[in-house]
Design a protein around this ligand. Structure first.
Ligand SMILES: *Cc1c(COP(=O)(O)O)cnc(C)c1O
Length: 387
């Protein structure tokens, strides 16, 4: 029996050929493919600027730096996310705090955010940056969050690692209508892949310029940036402390090819999600709630088990499905209970909705190329366990 993973990449012959073509070409890094990939994202998402990077983690780091996050500042995010959404604040010397989730959408709860902002304003601890994570590919309530950002003066990064191809408010995620910067991940389990890779999108020319500089050592070859005349055609200046966070042309070529397949990926992911929703309807579990006006990319299919109505525990469900070759997973362990964060003083009870979610959540396999037979196997196994 071949195990069914919870997620995996889909690489076809066109993808392979596009990588081979780059290997035969002049540039395998810092050539034209990166710009082509950035332009493909710009035209798909509708943002003005895109900066390809070597991971979403790097994208989050340069996004925070570009927004001026530093020591003495606060970054807030959801506790139900991958650790990278929070770590980027610490990279910049800022402090991190969390806003509890909505139990139905699994996203950061705008009401909890507002309540926490009221208190933070009174105590003089308002956040400088909020990282809004589109959990599983379901967009956050960005209109509400954006309105709060104007009232309380914080900046917004959309962590759309799960959400390329998702739609909200009539546009694709990545347009940055309600945020300063949106970031994507192209890790193989995500919607499209470049093996490792990420991207930052923005409508601000200044933020774009800053992130581009930070991506490559803080070095400029543009005479208008320099503080003295050029020494010659070899000349460049380092103007700030940057990094090597560049994407290679090999990765970008794969990314361009995958971008052309994105709408197909999203369609199939949505069809798989619909089938799960309709065939699991009678079981003691609740899928993520997709409100009208929101279109998920379904990077992940997470359900909450109604553990009070079950004869088996959450852990039994995991163990039994995994023993049948069904690669269920749990996204995510709340970040604030990770030992590294607990050592900063967070207690499990600080975010009760996140903890209740963690005690019930299970990620079912969903990926492009998943067959009907594989999905039937998951559905039957769940019905056998829970009915
Ligand atoms: C995967 C992921 C990241 C990090 O992505 P990398 O490209 O692996 O650095 C960040 N945030 C979320 C929500 C993710 O799922």
């Amino acid at each position: 029996m071949i195990p069914i993973p919870y997620g995996r990449q889909d690489i076809n012959q066109d993808d392979i050929q596009s990588v081979i073509d780059i290997l035969h070409s002049e540039f395998i890094t810092q050539g034209p493919a990166v710009t082509n990939f950035e332009n493909a994202a710009i035209s798909y998402c509708g943002a003005e600027h895109a900066i390809a990077l070597n991971s979403a983690t790097s994208a989050l780091h340069v996004a925070c730096l570009a927004l001026g996050l530093g020591s003495g500042d606060w970054l807030w995010t959801s506790p139900i996310t991958f650790v990278a959404s929070a770590n980027c604040g610490l990279y910049c010397g800022a402090q991190v705090d969390f806003v509890d989730i909505d139990p139905q959408t699994f996203n950061l709860c705008p009401r909890a955010l507002e309540t926490k902002l009221v208190t933070a304003e009174r105590e003089g601890r308002l956040p400088k940056v909020l990282v809004a994570v589109h959990m599983c590919g379901l967009p956050c309530d960005m209109v509400k969050i954006h309105a709060l950002s104007i009232r309380y003066g914080f900046r917004i990064i959309e962590d759309a690692s799960h959400a390329i191809g998702a739609q909200y408010d009539g546009s694709h995620i990545g347009k940055c209508t309600h945020s300063d910067i949106t970031i994507f991940s192209f890790h193989p389990v995500k919607i499209i892949t470049t093996a490792e890779g990420g991207m930052a999108l923005t409508n601000s020319p200044d933020l774009a310029k800053k992130m581009r500089s930070l991506r490559s050592h803080g070095i400029s070859r543009d005479a208008s940036d320099m503080n003295q005349p050029s020494h010659g055609s070899w000349y460049y200046q380092q103007l700030e402390l940057g990094y090597n966070y560049r994407m290679s042309d090999i990765q970008a070529a794969l990314g361009c090819s995958q971008m052309r397949r994105l709408d197909n990926f999203i369609q199939q992911r949505n069809a798989l999600a619909e089938r799960y929703a309709s065939e699991l309807l009678d079981l003691p579990l609740t899928p993520q709630k997709v409100n009208p006006g929101y279109q998920s990319s379904f990077h992940l299919y997470v359900v909450r088990l109604s553990t009070d109505k079950m004869r088996v525990s959450q852990r039994d469900v995991f163990d039994r499905l995994r023993s049948q070759g069904i690669g269920v997973n749990l996204h995510y362990i709340p970040v604030h209970i990770q030992p590294f964060y607990a050592a900063m003083g967070f207690s499990p009870g600080d975010f009760p909705n996140a903890m209740a979610y963690y005690a019930q959540a299970i990620t079912l396999p969903l990926f492009h190329g998943m067959t009907d037979t594989q999905q039937s196997q998951v559905i039957h196994a769940l019905c056998n366990l829970l009915k």
